[in-house]
Unconditional design. Structure first.
Length: 120
């Protein structure tokens, strides 16, 4: 999925990697220790390992409890040469038949992120 932002990749990167920003749009709580990110939603923890980190360009997380060892969550950022906006591309995995729900969840989450960025 692709989302457009008027914010710079550096600001988006901050919203994807710092606890104080993540709790404003992504999760209820987060604990970061090295490459380990423990996200909390409704009292349940999900742990992910940061397996790729190119500042202001790309982040890839591997969920430690994923059914498929090939599953990951990736954020990629680039600048549109035409509009100058930042393109945030999200690659996420979901179960068959859950594509629409997953897309709606990300649309809702990213709308919250843009709002927290001041319209982003």
């Amino acid at each position: 999925m692709e989302f457009l932002f008027r914010s710079s990749p550096a600001i988006i990167y901050q919203f994807l990697t710092t606890p104080s920003c993540l709790v404003r749009w992504f999760c209820e709580g987060v604990d970061i220790s090295g490459k380990s990110f423990i996200f909390t939603w409704s009292g349940a923890d999900e742990e992910a390992e940061l397996v790729e980190n190119v500042e202001n360009e790309r982040l890839r997380f591997k969920w430690l409890d994923a059914d498929d060892p090939e599953e990951f969550l990736e954020y990629s950022m680039s600048k549109s040469p035409i509009t100058g906006e930042t393109i945030l591309m999200i690659t996420d995995f979901c179960d068959e038949g859950e594509q629409d729900d997953t897309r709606q969840l990300w649309e809702s989450q990213l709308a919250a992120m843009k709002k927290e960025m001041g319209g982003g």
